[in-house]
Design a protein around this ligand. Structure first.
Ligand SMILES: Cc1cc2nc3c(=O)[nH]c(=O)nc-3n(C[C@H](O)[C@H](O)[C@H](O)COP(=O)(O)OP(=O)(O)OC[C@H]3O[C@@H](n4cnc5c(N)ncnc54)[C@H](O)[C@@H]3O)c2cc1C
Length: 267
């Protein structure tokens, strides 16, 4: 069986650094200097799942796609080193400011341009935007079924896909047919490590870059202009806490605490 798999991967700010992030007071955008970016954690699982399918079906081509700035090449390079056959970067200033629908449209157009695709794998959720909308929207735009919250999947020779989804209070088992889109959770697998051979072979693989023109879309169809939602404003919420140490017997401390809260207008 010949299989074409697309894996959508996104570069995100390392969640370990979310705590210390600050905003540019002028533009309201995140100051990214010295903040490391990584491959969105569950996208690693999506990629691993694609590689496992490829392990079972020899004639499989994996294409990793990312929409993002030029730096997103790093995660595509990583995907190539892990075993993806090709990588596509969707990069154009016109794509900036995209909400989840415009992001999904751009990715869906790229997938269409690739030709016949049997399986699209996404992470269930990006660690930064976290809307969980991009995968299902891609599927809707392409007119194919999708399954989200997927904790296990098995593709058969006849193109049927046995899926296990995590749902509230349990799980749901379902069977779908390719072409379909799957949004995976982290528990689906343990991603493999990149090898030295993988890194070397990635050097021979090219990252294809498509801008709006290359994708065959006009600037009105992508980015902020095509986004039905947008960020109206952003602000930093600073929580200032003052601590007060009370002394005395428990009864005295309770009395002092109540008095303080009353004086602050909190009781
Ligand atoms: C109103 C609004 C305005 C926004 N404006 C901006 C802006 O000005 N600038 C900006 O940078 N962002 C902006 N964003 C964020 C941007 O829309 C999201 O980062 C993007 O749509 C992905 O959505 P998400 O992070 O919620 O992904 P989710 O839907 O949570 O991601 C699920 C999966 O989809 C795939 N995926 C998601 N995004 C990509 C991608 N780019 N490439 C490949 N695969 C992907 C991955 O597999 C991921 O695991 C805006 C979002 C909203 C809602």
């Amino acid at each position: 069986m010949t299989l074409n798999i697309v894996v959508c991967i996104k570069q995100v700010i390392n969640p370990d650094y979310f705590e210390g992030l600050t905003l540019d007071p002028e533009t309201g955008s995140i100051i990214r200097d010295n903040v490391p970016s990584i491959l969105n954690p569950v996208d690693e699982n999506a990629l691993e799942e694609a590689l496992r399918v490829k392990d079972g079906f020899e004639d499989t081509t994996i294409t990793a796609i990312s929409m993002g700035p030029p730096q997103a090449e790093e995660i595509l390079q990583w995907a190539l080193a892990l075993g993806s056959d090709q990588a596509v970067l969707l990069c154009d200033r016109a794509f900036a400011g995209a909400d989840s629908l415009a992001t999904a449209f751009t990715l869906a157009e790229a997938i269409r341009k690739l030709g016949t695709v049997d399986l699209i794998l996404c992470g269930n959720e990006a660690a930064d935007g976290a809307t969980q909308q991009v995968g299902p929207q891609i599927a809707e735009l392409l007119g194919i079924p999708h399954a989200t919250y997927v904790t296990s999947m098995h593709l058969d020779n006849d193109g049927s896909v046995a899926i296990r989804r995590s749902i509230e209070y349990g799980h749901l088992q379902m069977t779908c047919r390719t072409p379909m889109l799957v949004g995976v959770l982290g528990e689906i697998n343990e991603p493999r490590q990149v090898t030295a051979d993988g890194l070397i072979s990635a050097m021979d693989k090219e990252i294809i870059t498509w801008d709006a023109g290359g994708l065959g879309v006009n600037a009105e169809q992508v980015g902020l202009k095509a986004s039905p939602t947008w960020v109206e404003g952003s602000y930093e919420k600073r929580i200032v806490r003052a601590s007060l140490m009370l002394e005395g017997t428990p009864a005295e401390m309770v009395r002092a605490a109540v008095l303080t809260l009353r004086n602050e207008g909190l009781l």
